[in-house]
Design a protein around this ligand. Structure first.
Ligand code: PRP
Length: 205
């Protein structure tokens, strides 16, 4: 049995579609259920930020997680197996349309739910910033003067557009990866490699 942590939402759905393609049967969670056992697999539905935790403590053998989440929460011990080419998005710096962030100011305020990526990016450029940690609806912050700019995820770009924001810079491109707990990878080497190979054969690049 391989236990697989999936991040709730579109990536979980697209991951299960990959399993359906590989095994020729439907994989879908029942309404509100957080565990799905099917064949040799047990799937867990968790928050995307929690996938690394489940894999770290070996509550899951493998997981699906975005590169942006790995960067933000520092993947210390999991093994990156495969780029699934789903959940594609960008981490960007954004600000209000028609305005430029004034980097000459002694300290600019950046609102984000990704403080680690933000801190690393701006310190590399030696730009002093104050990070304002938010948990969602980041696009709202510059509109009401909470910050000068944001660091956030862009998928389709619709949320930024609808809120009159523009992309100033792309910090990183992201997509979802299949990862494994190192001990599980050792203990269930054959099964995990077999699964990786099978999924690798059906992903669309
Ligand atoms: C993410 C992100 C943007 C939005 C981007 O938010 O923070 O707000 O998706 O998608 P788009 O480019 O396709 O419009 P999420 O849906 O995770 O909600 P949150 O802001 O509550 O975290």
């Amino acid at each position: 049995m391989i236990t697989i942590a999936l991040p709730k939402g579109r990536i979980a759905k697209e991951s299960l579609e990959l399993f359906s393609k590989v095994f020729g049967e439907d994989f879908a969670f029942e309404d509100r259920k957080l565990i799905l056992e099917q064949g040799e697999f047990r799937f867990l539905l968790v928050r995307s930020q929690d996938v690394l935790t489940y894999v770290h403590y070996q509550a899951a053998d493998v997981g699906v997680v975005g590169l942006d989440v790995i960067e933000e929460y520092q993947l210390n011990d999991a093994i990156k197996l495969l780029n699934l080419h789903i959940g594609k998005c960008k981490v960007v710096i954004g600000s209000e349309m028609g305005k430029e962030i004034d980097y000459q100011k002694p300290q600019i305020k950046i609102a984000t739910k990704m403080p680690t990526i933000t801190y690393k990016h701006f310190s590399k450029k030696a730009i002093p910033i104050e990070i304002i940690k938010l948990y969602g609806s980041i696009e709202l912050a510059p509109l009401v003067g909470l910050c000068d700019g944001i660091v956030d995820i862009v998928e389709t770009g619709t949320t930024m557009q609808q809120n009159n924001l523009k992309i100033d810079e792309v910090i990183m491109e992201s997509s979802a990866y299949l990862i494994a707990n190192a001990l599980s990878f050792y203990q269930k080497h054959k099964e995990i490699l077999d699964l990786t190979r099978k999924i690798g054969a059906v992903i669309r690049r």
